[in-house]
Structures are given as C-alpha cells and as structure tokens.
Design a binder for this molecule. Structure first.
Ligand code: AMP
Length: 546
C-alpha cells in the first residue's frame, strides 16, 4: 500500500468503471467477490494485488457485514499483526459507507430533480446548483460529521491505517478519509477533516477537536479500535470512555487485537451492545501459531560492546534489504543511529520525542528506500508496513513481551520471509523468559564464528529470576502455562494496585515507563565475518522526505 507521505491525508477518488468491471470479472477475485463487497472495493483490492482474502478477512468480513435488528454484529477479533487485519475492518466499514453514500446521493438527486421539476412547472428557470465550498475556506466552516471512526494507539499506526483506507477507496466516488493525529498542524488537519466519511484518529487529538467543535461524533455508526489491547491497557481509559459516550448511537463496535487477555476482554465487552452478550469473537491465530515465515534467532552477548559488534555483523548481512533496529530508550536510539551513520550506514532514528513531521519524513525515507536502517523505540513496533524490511533486530529488548511479537511483525510482510534477530546480555534474561512464556517458543541461542560469547549462558527458563512480590512487578508474561482458547493468555496483569471501576474503559495505570539508559555504545569495529561495505550512502536526516 502506498505511503501516507505520498498522498494527501484526505482522499476522494474517481470511479473508473473499467477497472471495477475487471476486478469483478477476475476469476481469482472470486473469494473476495463472494464476501459481497462493493465492486469499487473489489477493484481496489485487485489493484493492490490481493488475490484472495486472508484468514482474518475471510472470517471477520462476513460477520461484520451481517445486519441485525439493532445494526450490525459487534466483533472482537484476535489476529496477529501482518495478518491483513486492517483490510478486515476497513472493507466492511467502507462497504457500508459506500452503500449509505449511494442512498444519500440518490435522495439528494431525487430532491433536486423535484425542485427543478417544480420550478419548470411554475414557468420559472431551473435553479442553479450551489457552488462547491472549498474545505480550506475558514469562513464556510462546517464541522466534520464522519460515519465511521477508527481509533489507533499511535500516530504511525493511524497514518498507516488511513493510507490503507485511501488505497481501498480509490475507486469510490466521494468517500473521504481523514486522519487526526497529534503533532500535526491544527489548521490543515481541520480543513482536511471537512466532509470526511471515515476518520482514523489517535484519541487525544480527536477529543481535542471534538471539544472545540471541529468534529461531531454523533453520526458515527461504526467504531473500530485497532490494537485494542494497547488502547484498553494503557493510558487511554478516560479518552476512550469519552469517545464511547460521544458515539453512543453507533451501530457497531469492532475491536482488533493480537490478543485479548481476560481483563482486556472484560473492558472491551463493557462498551459493546448489551454488555457484549452478543459479541462475535473471532480468533485467527495466536502469537505461537503466527510468524511461521519469520526466522527468530537469539545471540548472547558478553557486553554492550560485544552486542554492538553482533549488530554490525547482522547489518552487513548480504541478505539484508532494509532493517529496523529496536532500542530501549530514546537516548540509546539517537546514539545508535548516529553511530551507524558515522560508520557509513543510511540510518535514522525514530522515537516519540521527535516531532511528527520528522517522524513522517523519516518513515517516508524508509519506505522509498533512501534509508536502509531505522533505529527505533517501540513507537515503531506497530503499524509500520514496509515490505522490503528483511531484518528486525532487537538491540534492546522490549519492555512488554507482546511488543516482541509486534516488533518482529515489521518483517515478513505481505507473504515474504523475514529474519528477527535478538541480541541479549545476561541482564536481559527475565525479558527473554517473558517472551518465551508469551510466545510459547523457546529460543535456541546461536553463535557466529569469531563473535562467540565467552560466558556460558544456561537455558533461559533456568535463568529466570523469581518473580518479584508485591504490586510493583513489571508487565509481561510470567507464566509458562500453555495458552488455550480465545483470550486465555496470561493471567490478569496486576500492576500498581490493579483495576478499579471508574469508567467502561478504566484500566490499571500503565506499566509502561521507560528504561533508564543502561549503557552507551562505542563505534564498532569491523565484523569478524561477512564483512562488507554498507549498501547505501550516509543519509542526511534533514533532507529526507522532500
Ligand atoms: P495488516 O495486518 O493489516 O498490517 O496487513 C499486513 C500486510 O498484508 C499489508 O502489507 C497488507 O497490504 C497486506 N494484505 C492485506 N490483505 C491482503 C490480502 N488479502 N492478500 C495479500 N496481502 C494482503
């Protein structure tokens, strides 16, 4: 799918009947066509090269489209990142919006035709159609009244989802997509919001604009929460409660997430119709079943310097196209990116302290190949969809075990193979154990000739320190118990005193803080093996994205 950098955040599209007919007629589109989607959407899906629905699309779309007396089914869909879940919620929402749009257009046309006929019958000249308002004209301002709202936890994810939606409405006349994310200039965002049918937003800026009357949410019929686990788990409780109130007339609520822990399910059910009694649950795959196309490898390092040399080795892997290197902290991220630039790699950093404009430019540069290596914090763990990312390298381990799954999902996109390398020191053993418990997979540590650790590391589960007692534990899986069905993952995470009933979305205080910077890294020497010149020229961050 195209980047949000390459397109406007708001899209209207021309209908090209020939393209639509082609898509509908394509034999390999039969399984998409069987879902009953509008021909405009089938054409877009065909353009994107989707030959058949993915498992989550196959299961979720029919359920989402199924009407009943009070609207549509509420859905709780558990599906991994990279499984095609964005289209699984966008396609049914857009399908219904297109239908509503067509009905509205027919009503308007009938009213206009009647007005013209009345004028002519009275012997008056036919009325002239009013001139179209420019959405950029502040004097003619009208608040946006979208019919669908998609909420995302991060700006990057919101922009990716909006870009996907724009791709899907390419053949739909007058269906407008707008994005509301923090860190972007207000005026342009507000101007582009006008007449939007589907809004993709992060909660903070959305409520900001709703509070100042720029957007009205009382016509929202479809509310989707992407990465719902994160939205319900982290510090969005109050914002979500407010959105829940503002969209109380909605007909459908859909939640998509990699997993639904029991406590997250409870929170989710509270905002579904009838307390979730009729919610349809779909579980496509678990963190254990997924990522079969991603090779996951662990390398032990004796020290930060050793880890840095291992990183250098992997960044010179002949099989590399593009890579994301995850660091723990913003400081580590900046330092590492700088070091890599100095070593000659086309590398840039991406983290939450950068302005949104810089983040966008850098992602755009990654997407169009001007950057080879993105050094990022977990801000990039979700939502980045760049098929040419061949390597994900965990230079610093994630705070939460589920973020490991999201991180490695940045490679192996769209049916390709990927490689996920984790570089760990002894002090990382608890986090590794959490990841093993969460993914139900065991790392088998590997070594590289000339870069072997000198220390001997016992198996990870044996190294696992006893869980801390009391309320101050870290988030992440602790139990090695096998997962069973939908949402039956780890037990409830009791952090900082647990869950209080304040609002439908109320959750415990976020367990996410930031790591203290644990070490600094010296520029690495040449790797012992597979040495080769960096593939791309040094990248000048300030010039990216132009
Ligand atoms: P997502 O899980 O929504 O992030 O999607 C992961 C990737 O799969 C994206 O690059 C999508 O463009 C791609 N994708 C989504 N649906 C399909 C499909 N039916 N066939 C092939 N690729 C798809």
């Amino acid at each position: 799918m195209a980047s949000f950098e390459e397109k406007d955040l708001l899209a209207t599209a021309d209908t090209t009947p020939s393209a639509i007919e082609t898509a509908a007629d394509e034999p390999n589109q039969d399984r998409f066509a069987a879902l009953g989607l509008a021909p405009e959407l089938l054409a877009a899906v065909c353009d994107l090269g989707f030959t058949e629905p993915t498992a989550v699309q196959q299961r979720a779309i029919p359920l989402a489209l199924e009407p009943h007396a009070e609207g549509f089914n509420d859905l709780m869909v558990s599906s991994q990142t990279g499984s095609g879940k964005t289209a699984a919620f966008l396609l049914p929402v857009l399908h219904t919006l297109i239908g509503m749009q067509a009905e509205e257009a027919a009503r308007e046309k009938a009213a206009w035709d009647a007005k013209v006929a009345a004028a002519l019958a009275a012997g008056e000249p036919a009325p002239k159609k009013p001139r179209r308002r420019s959405p950029l004209d502040a004097r003619k301002f009208k608040p946006a009244v979208p019919g669908a709202l998609v909420l995302c936890p991060t700006r990057e994810l919101a922009q990716q989802v909006a870009a996907d939606a724009i791709d899907l409405v390419k053949h739909c006349r007058g269906v407008r997509i707008a994005t509301i994310v923090g860190g972007m200039p207000y005026q342009l965002q507000i101007a582009k919001l006008q007449n939007a049918n589907l809004v993709v937003a992060t909660p903070g800026r959305l409520l900001d604009l709703a509070g100042s009357g720029q957007i009205k949410l009382d016509q929202v019929r479809f509310l989707v929460m992407d990465e719902a686990d994160r939205m319900l788990d982290l510090g969005f409780a109050d914002a979500l409660a407010e959105v829940h109130q503002l969209t109380s007339q909605r007909q459908q609520t859909m939640m998509f997430s990699a997993t639904f822990a029991p406590r997250i399910q409870q929170l989710a059910l509270r905002v579904m119709h009838d307390g979730g009694s009729k919610v349809q649950k779909v579980q496509v795959d678990t963190p254990q079943q997924s990522h079969a196309n991603i090779r996951q490898e662990l390398y032990w390092a004796d020290s930060p310097e050793h880890k840095r040399r291992l990183l250098d080795y992997w960044l010179r892997d002949p099989g590399i196209d593009q890579a994301i290197v995850f660091a723990c902290t913003q400081i580590e991220c900046e330092q590492l990116a700088e070091e890599l630039q100095q070593t000659g790699f086309a590398a840039v950093s991406l983290h939450g302290a950068l302005s949104q404009a810089v983040r966008n430019r850098r992602l755009g540069a990654l997407r169009d190949g001007r950057v080879q290596i993105l050094v990022a914090t977990d801000v990039a763990a979700r939502g980045i969809d760049v098929p040419t990312i061949t390597h994900v390298i965990n230079f610093g381990l994630p705070m939460k075990a589920e973020d490991y799954t999201h991180r490695i999902g940045r490679t192996g996109r769209a049916g390709r193979d990927g490689l996920a390398i984790t570089l760990a020191e002894f002090r990382d053993r608890r986090r590794l154990a959490d990841i093993e418990a969460y993914t139900q997979q065991h790392f088998r540590p590997l070594t590289i000739g000339g870069l072997e650790p000198t220390k001997v590391f016992p198996p990870i589960q044996e190294q696992r320190p006893p869980a801390r007692k009391g309320g101050g534990g870290r988030p992440g899986a602790r139990s090695g118990a096998p997962r069973r069905g939908f949402g039956e993952s780890r037990g409830p995470k009791q952090i900082g005193g647990g869950f209080k009933e304040k609002s439908p979305f109320d959750a415990r205080p976020s367990g996410a803080g930031s790591y203290k910077k644990e070490s600094s890294f010296k520029p690495a020497g040449r790797p012992a093996a597979r040495a080769g010149a960096p593939r791309a020229k040094p990248y000048a961050p300030g010039k990216a994205g132009r």
